[in-house]
Design a protein around this ligand. Structure first.
Ligand SMILES: C[S@@+](CC[C@H](N)C(=O)[O-])C[C@H]1O[C@@H](n2cnc3c(N)ncnc32)[C@H](O)[C@@H]1O
Ligand SMILES: [Zn+2]
Length: 391
């Protein structure tokens, strides 16, 4: 049996075949294949979950005989989901193939990426606090800024996965131009993962699950990829914080988009037209989005054996500082405190589209015994802008 995905993939490969004189690029592709072959034990066929074999130019499942092509070094391990969610996945995929997000128009070098991460603080803290030797998967990496940034570290293995091939090409192009060694990009549908259960120390998915037809199903699917004792980081639109965006969307629709300047990104003199368009489309014209609450994600965590560690914004609404410990357990606060945090998101205008981030640890016997600690660090120190988006 051959997967339908393989046939679609063939088309993509033909469109981007490597010209014969691009030996450097071809060498890099071979390096990617060898690197993937070196860790083939963490992969699983997205169709039948059995073992995959990495060849120089394709990836094969010896069990169900699916053949997955490789596009210029990017394994196309995408398999369509079944039933109702498939229709939405197809629509969202088409949307991002046309509007890769967040794109690279303001970044041209590794130094630029590092500088941006340093200013945003959150990515820098992640980089500093992820243990050495960790294996990380970013699900829905888009154009791969975070995967590339984390992949700069020498002692780490970072995989960026997305279903949008145009985004992955931009991600890998930046990686290759910048000489980033430890980032690998893969086309994958999060509902049909191409990895084995429990393969990763950290799974990150920021701004993705709310663009699927089944966010909880998506969470269940990717949470299985976390090792016991490993962590998951989920970024979602907030139900209350995003009301400001909802209001603007209605105003834009009524005014034929003439009131676009109400969004501060559209007034930002540093943004060029392409960047403004990418933001506008993602925030106001998306074909599929849902919104979520702190309580909902805490319930997802608790029902799947994850303990809550940390959130951005923080539940006690104290400022995010550059001394936060992202992977230490913190109190999850009361229902009222969590509600207040989300209202504060609304009052501050829903920065970054009102994304909130929740970090949890998959419990094993050791972690299950640990008590959450109340925060003691960071009080009174410089408040940092908790930018969780690369846009
Ligand atoms: C708003 S972008 C976020 C990109 C990136 N995480 C960031 O923070 O900038 C959402 C991404 O999720 C990806 N995505 C949505 N549904 C997906 C699915 N079922 N499987 C894999 N990727 C998916 C889209 O292709 C898109 O690149
Ligand atoms: Zn198979």
């Amino acid at each position: 049996m051959k997967l339908a995905a393989s046939a679609n993939n063939k088309k993509a490969v033909a469109a981007t075949a490597v010209p014969p004189n691009m030996t450097e690029s071809r060498d890099r592709c071979l390096m990617d294949s060898h690197r993937l072959a070196g860790c083939s034990e963490i992969f699983a066929c997205p169709a039948c979950r059995k073992e995959l074999t990495f060849e120089d130019h394709d990836v094969r499942c010896l069990s169900c005989e699916a053949v997955f092509l490789v596009d210029n070094g990017i394994p196309l391990l995408f398999a369509s989901d079944e039933g109702q969610t498939r229709h939405v996945t197809d629509i969202v995929k088409a949307f991002y193939e046309e509007n890769p997000f967040p794109n690279y128009d303001d970044l041209d070098s590794k130094q630029g990426l590092m500088e941006k991460a340093r200013r945003g603080v959150f990515a820098r803290l992640l980089d500093e606090q992820i243990p050495r030797g960790a294996r990380i998967l970013e699900v829905g990496c888009g154009t791969g800024q975070l995967t590339n940034f984390l992949g700069i570290h020498w002692d780490r293995q970072v995989f960026g996965s997305d279903m949008c091939l145009n985004s992955l090409r931009l991600a890998k192009g930046f990686r290759d131009r910048s000489g980033i060694r430890n980032a690998t990009f893969i086309q994958m549908n999060l509902f049909r993962p191409a990895f084995r259960t429990g393969s990763f120390d950290i799974v990150i998915s920021n701004g993705v699950l709310h663009h699927t037809s089944d966010p909880l199903g998506g969470f269940l699917s990717i949470s299985r990829l976390v090792k016991p004792g490993g962590c998951i980081l989920i970024g979602l639109y907030n139900k209350i914080g995003r009301l400001a965006t909802d209001l603007r969307r209605v105003l834009f629709r009524l005014s034929g988009n003439r009131m676009r300047m109400l969004d501060s990104h559209m007034r930002n003199p540093k943004y060029n037209e392409a960047r403004k368009r990418a933001w506008f489309m993602d925030q106001y014209k998306h074909p599929c989005e849902s919104k979520h609450s702190y309580d909902e994600v805490i319930e997802w965590f608790e029902s799947t054996g994850f303990e809550f560690l940390f959130s951005i914004p923080k539940i006690d609404t104290s400022p995010f500082t550059e001394y936060e410990q992202l992977f230490e357990p913190h109190g999850k606060g009361t229902k009222l405190a969590r509600l207040a945090t989300q209202f504060e998101m609304l009052l501050t205008g829903g920065v970054d589209g009102a994304l909130f981030i929740m970090i949890g640890r998959k419990m094993n016997q050791d972690t299950a015994l640990r008590e959450p600690v109340e925060r003691t660090r960071g009080a009174g120190v410089m408040a940092a802008p908790a930018r969780t988006s690369w846009h």
